[in-house]
Unconditional design. Structure first.
Length: 690
């Protein structure tokens, strides 16, 4: 009894001690300190100077912030009654240091004006005792990684979570001062496919020199067309490295899951390989998915690579691939890029599916109908994709060439048994179907995009600057074979019973092309040097030409001659083409009001006056499918966007938009060839859709 009493007293003592320590620690962090940083010579405020507070005893960093436009700073929740040191750092000035202590009785300290001396010789300050945690370098906000003490296995994500105003959400999206980061770069270039998670969860914190945050204007004439970028600057001796991960899991009922990846990077080259296999219905959509699963220190659960309970049956996917990028410029910059990248991905999947369903339909009165469906299917598929990109960008133009190739094969075998039972008449009908199919498709696509940038030193009457054009081409060929055996039995009217043994052989080819362009500002060409109220005028045009050819041979088995005979009503040789052109003129007006480092307000108004000219033609051996139709529509678009960015506090955006669009029925909706081999599902068209 005494033993348990001693244990109880000891536990209570420990809990009380812990509670007392926590209360003492919390109660000491109740002080505040404020002041103003100024130039000792001109008495001007040191805007955006770095102000940091340390404990004198162990040099622990307690807090940091950037001085306001008036040089003011204000720290709250700092300890009282102990020696503290404030350090002010600013480019071109000596580091200012002052030791002070917040009185326990007052709990606040006003340091008033702190005069920071100019540096007469920057070489005099070689030894840096205190590293500024944050500073403004021009328009770039820089966080110094060495100023933050973290665990030795910490990665970039752990560092980002320590930075003021930075939020890393569960899906890897990063926000800085309430604004989403659009691009995350490593040494000025995308890191393994421009995937945020790969960078922040693999690069170790001790390899980081600085975290840089800056705004990137996509269009110098349009301040609302800016994006927020974060650049992770690596240390000089950490620009080459490797990382990877292997994971294997095994469970009951022979369930398994395995994945692995290995990546290398250097100033000019990035290369990564990854692979995965499982039988728990986890399917990777591409190399980016596999790379995200191979992160060194994942702190979240990825919803994109989890067992998909919506998929029917049991899947056994095996996937893998590689990423490669070669940068011809070691440190790319805005409008200074030249690189080639490629990625390859292959996925093989086997699926087994057994399905039993019962559907009951109740009619007026007490009558009802029950349909039972039992199906068993097995399928295998093999999908491959190879994509490449070449980018050459400088101050005058940008050229992007992106070719790609895909190969897909699929084999499927299924058996289905259906029956329909009436509560009044008993068994009415039964349908047994055996289906097997194979398909093979090969596709190629290429996209070329060119954009010329405006040269502010040259005035041209002809709007060749800010000209944008893009062309895309995709071609494909698909061949397929299908065998469908159907045995339909009607117990109500035996004369309606039918048997089908039908074979399909299909071959299709398609060519799709699109061409679009947008001119530069036409104001100078039309109105000379008149400003025209600051309204930007551009011409735009989008043209797409698509054509396809399908040859389908359908044959039914003749039991008398024991061979297949061509079914002319379902066989077809079909050619389909569409031409869609949308010319238009764009008017844009921007109102802006801003105060440096305080706020930025913008209103942007856009009007696109567009017309759509659409033509579709279909020629076939079946007269009902010979169609030639043309349409003309006015399809305007308009939007008003308002942005209010209170820097360091919040950002709000409102958008009001209107768009008119038209869609047109395809030949499969207008006049399909009706295949009645499945009497429970017959699809018919409607020519009145014209």
């Amino acid at each position: 009894m005494n033993f348990f009493l001693k244990i109880y007293v000891a536990v209570i003592f420990i809990l009380l001690s812990t509670s007392s320590f926590s209360q003492t620690k919390d109660s000491s962090y109740i002080g505040s300190v404020k002041g103003i940083a100024k130039d000792s010579v001109y008495n001007s405020a040191l805007q955006s100077a770095t102000v940091a507070i340390y404990k004198v005893e162990d040099s622990v960093l307690l807090g940091y912030q950037l001085a306001s436009n008036l040089g003011e700073f204000n720290f709250k929740e700092v300890p009282v009654g102990i020696p503290l040191q404030i350090v002010i750092s600013f480019s071109g000035f000596k580091s200012f240091k002052k030791v002070f202590s917040i009185p326990v009785d007052k709990k606040e300290m006003d340091l008033n004006i702190l005069n920071v001396e100019r540096s007469t010789d920057m070489l005099d300050e070689v030894t840096v005792e205190y590293i500024p945690p944050v500073r403004m370098n021009g328009d770039t906000l820089e966080f110094n990684a060495n100023a933050f003490k973290l665990d030795k296995d910490a990665v970039v994500e752990d560092l980002l979570r320590k930075l003021p105003g930075v939020t890393v959400w569960g899906d890897g999206v990063i926000y800085v001062n309430g604004r989403q980061v659009n691009n995350l770069l490593v040494d000025g270039k995308p890191f393994f496919g421009d995937d945020t998670q790969v960078a922040i969860q693999n690069l170790p914190k001790n390899a980081i020199d600085k975290i840089q945050v800056y705004k990137q204007n996509q269009d110098e004439q349009n301040p609302m067309d800016s994006v927020l970028e974060v650049n992770i600057k690596l240390k000089a001796d950490k620009k080459t490295g490797k990382f990877g991960k292997i994971g294997v899991g095994y469970g009951t009922r022979d369930r398994f899951d395995a994945d692995g990846s290995l990546s290398f990077f250097s100033p000019h080259t990035q290369f990564g390989i990854a692979a995965a296999a499982n039988n728990v219905n986890k399917e990777a959509g591409g190399m980016n998915t596999l790379m995200r699963q191979g992160t060194y220190k994942g702190s979240r659960v990825s919803v994109e690579y989890q067992p998909n309970f919506r998929v029917q049956g049991l899947s056994r996917p095996i996937s893998g691939g590689f990423n490669y990028q070669r940068d011809f410029i070691e440190t790319p910059q805005w409008r200074k890029k030249n690189y080639f990248s490629t990625n390859y991905f292959i996925k093989n999947n086997e699926t087994e599916n057994v399905r039993n369903t019962t559907t009951e339909t109740t009619f007026t009165g007490d009558s009802s109908r029950i349909q039972d469906n039992v199906s068993v299917s097995n399928s295998t598929s093999n999908n491959q994709a190879l994509n490449m990109t070449y980018v050459d960008e400088n101050e005058r133009y940008m050229l992007n060439i992106s070719p790609g190739f895909t190969w897909n094969t699929r084999n499927n075998n299924s058996e289905q048994k259906q029956n329909s039972t009436s509560s009044n008449q008993g068994l009415q009908s039964a349908n047994n179907t055996i289906n097997s199919s194979t398909s093979d498709s090969k596709n190629m696509n290429v996209r070329i995009r060119f954009e010329s940038y405006k040269n502010p030193l040259i005035n041209r009457r002809i709007p060749t600057d800010n000209f944008q054009t893009s062309y895309s081409l995709s071609t494909g060929k698909t061949t397929g074979e299908q065998l469908n055996k159907t045995d339909f039995i009607s117990f109500i009217n035996p004369a309606d019973s039918k048997k089908y043994d039908r074979k399909y052989n299909t071959q299709s080819n398609n060519v799709n092309q699109s061409l679009s362009f947008s001119s530069g500002d036409l104001r100078q060409m039309i109105f000379g040097y008149a400003n025209f109220g600051g309204i930007t005028i551009r011409l735009k045009n989008n043209l797409s030409v698509n054509s396809s050819k399908e040859t389908r041979v359908v044959a039914d088995r003749d039991t008398t001659i024991k061979n297949y005979v061509i079914n002319k009503s379902l066989s077809t040789d079909n050619k389909f083409s569409t031409i869609n052109e949308e010319p238009g003129i764009n008017f844009e007006k921007i109102f802006k009001k801003e105060l440096t480092n305080r706020y930025s307000k913008n209103v942007q108004m856009n009007l696109d006056a567009k017309w759509q000219f659409y033509n579709q033609q279909n020629s076939s051996v079946h007269d009902i499918q010979n169609i030639n139709q043309s349409y003309r529509r006015f399809t305007p678009e308009a939007n008003i966007t308002y942005s209010n960015n209170q820097i360091g506090e919040y950002r709000t955006n409102f958008r009001l938009s209107y768009a008119a669009s038209s869609g047109y029925p395809s030949i499969s909706q207008l006049a399909p060839l009706v295949d009645s081999s499945n009497l429970y599902n017959i699809r018919k068209g409607n020519l009145n859709l014209l």
